[in-house]
Design a protein around this ligand. Structure first.
Ligand SMILES: [Zn+2]
Ligand SMILES: [Zn+2]
Length: 256
């Protein structure tokens, strides 16, 4: 698997960190994990084959995770690169995803679901396995963030695994989901003294890492307060027992 960070930030505008989007490539195809407004253009900036994207995962309905989806579909509807495309684009997410996309679509008769190629919207149930890409199996889990928010566990045909927490408050089950995975992409919105319960701060994220024992960790969804933090020094205080990487836009990792 190949993993690229499109956006390591949040909904708040930041000069270096755009909002959520991660590109994953497996032998079975390509997957966009969350689709912020900035992710749409970040795919092109990273020279990724957005016109042949196979699937999109929407973790929850906050606009820094779904706000780019209508804009992307508006782009693919008219782009020269997609006019001859035939394979479907699958969009996965929680119950309510179809209603939300259709509501946006109807707000101005965009006809976003009428594309040169088929669009499939698939609403998933927590803890029920589904195939998100050819030969890549997925399971989602409820997280304490919004009513519909989901973390996702992915396993490709070579048994490489990735968990993407998306936005989440503290729950030990997130650590269970990420047990021994090859890459744990974990939100760590705040450094410390978090102002809300529905996100994580460093001590909680590191507690989950020590519990999950993944091979590698990327901490992401970083608010601007992280700009003033010595990331490596602060992470080292928790003796994480694996490599913990600060997400930045453009970071690329090979999972093998
Ligand atoms: Zn967010
Ligand atoms: Zn959120």
């Amino acid at each position: 698997m190949k993993f690229t960070v499109l956006g390591s930030g949040t909904s708040v505008p930041h000069p270096q960190r755009s909002s959520a989007g991660f590109w994953l490539e497996t032998a079975g195809g390509s997957l966009l994990l969350d689709c912020s407004a900035s992710a749409v253009h970040r795919m092109a900036q990273e020279n990724l084959d957005w016109a042949n994207l196979d699937a999109i995962w929407i973790s929850h309905f906050h606009l820094d995770h779904i706000g780019g989806l209508p804009a992307f579909l508006f782009g693919t509807k008219y782009a020269p690169e997609t006019q001859k495309r035939e394979k479907p684009l699958k969009i996965f997410g929680a119950k309510g995803l179809r209603e939300l996309i259709e509501a946006f679509d109807k707000s101005n008769e965009y006809n976003l679901l009428k594309q040169p190629f088929p669009i499939e919207i698939l609403e998933v149930e927590p803890l029920e396995k589904f195939e998100i890409l050819k030969d890549t199996e997925a399971v989602a889990m409820d997280t304490p963030h919004t009513d519909e928010s989901l973390a996702i566990h992915l396993r490709d045909k070579t048994d490489k695994t990735l968990v993407y927490s998306a936005d989440s408050g503290y729950t030990k089950t997130l650590g269970t989901l990420a047990r021994a995975v090859d890459l744990f992409v974990l939100e760590c919105s705040f450094f410390k003294d978090k102002p809300v319960e529905t996100h994580l701060e460093l001590s909680e994220a590191m507690h989950l890492v020590r519990y999950a024992k993944p091979k590698r960790v990327v901490l992401t969804h970083l608010y601007a307060e992280w700009d003033a933090v010595d990331f490596e020094r602060e992470v080292e205080r928790f003796s994480p027992m694996c490599e913990v990487i600060e997400a930045r836009d453009g970071l690329r990792l090979e999972i093998n």
